[in-house]
Design a protein around this ligand. Structure first.
Ligand code: S3P
Length: 172
């Protein structure tokens, strides 16, 4: 696989699938630095994602994602970029880097979140996970779309972040 010109690896996939964890493992196993889109948005706005959703709504949050995507395209090279679950919709996605989709079933994602030592916080900070049925609908709507915009799809179910990161790095 030939990396795109800016040499970034962009991790996409559903909320709670482990994009952040895999990004940290990729950093361990490479010389890359990692950037997280939600962290960029929070520092840009000086408030949490939860607050942005509550105070300004989802539409405004999606505008911030598009703004962040443009900034990443222009300014970031040689990095691991982890994204929020809805970031795949930005129109310049492919211009940011090579797109790696972390794929898992809905049940496995929820198991992962619920068994996490910090489960309460993981759920509380994600407004779109408040209602399980709605979250399942969003998941069903997105699975094909994630796959469609990915350069590489990696099945992450029942695998450690170490194994996943190794597989990703071996592809370049
Ligand atoms: C969202 C995912 C979240 C965050 C926001 C919206 C989504 O990020 O960007 O709550 O639309 O799927 P994570 O995927 O890191 O949970």
């Amino acid at each position: 696989m030939k990396a795109r010109a800016n040499n970034n690896i962009v991790l996409i996939g559903f909320m709670g699938v482990g994009k952040g964890t895999v990004a940290r493992e990729l950093v361990e196993q490479s010389k890359f630095f990692a950037i997280d889109c939600d962290d960029l948005i929070e520092s840009l706005e000086n408030r949490t994602i939860k607050k942005i959703f509550e105070e300004s709504g989802e539409k405004y949050f999606r505008e911030l994602e598009r703004k962040t995507a443009k900034w990443l395209e222009k300014n970031v090279k040689n990095s691991i970029i982890s994204t929020g679950g809805g970031f795949y919709k930005v129109e310049n996605l492919k211009k940011i880097g090579t797109i790696v989709y972390l794929q898992s079933s809905f049940d496995a994602i929820f198991e992962r979140i619920l068994h996490h030592p910090n489960a309460k916080h993981k759920l509380a900070k994600r407004p779109l996970l408040k209602d399980l049925k709605k979250a399942q609908n969003i998941f069903n709507d997105r699975i094909k779309k994630y796959k469609k915009c990915a350069d590489i799809t990696i099945n992450v179910e029942n695998r450690t972040a170490k194994e996943i990161a190794k597989e990703i790095l071996n592809m370049f």
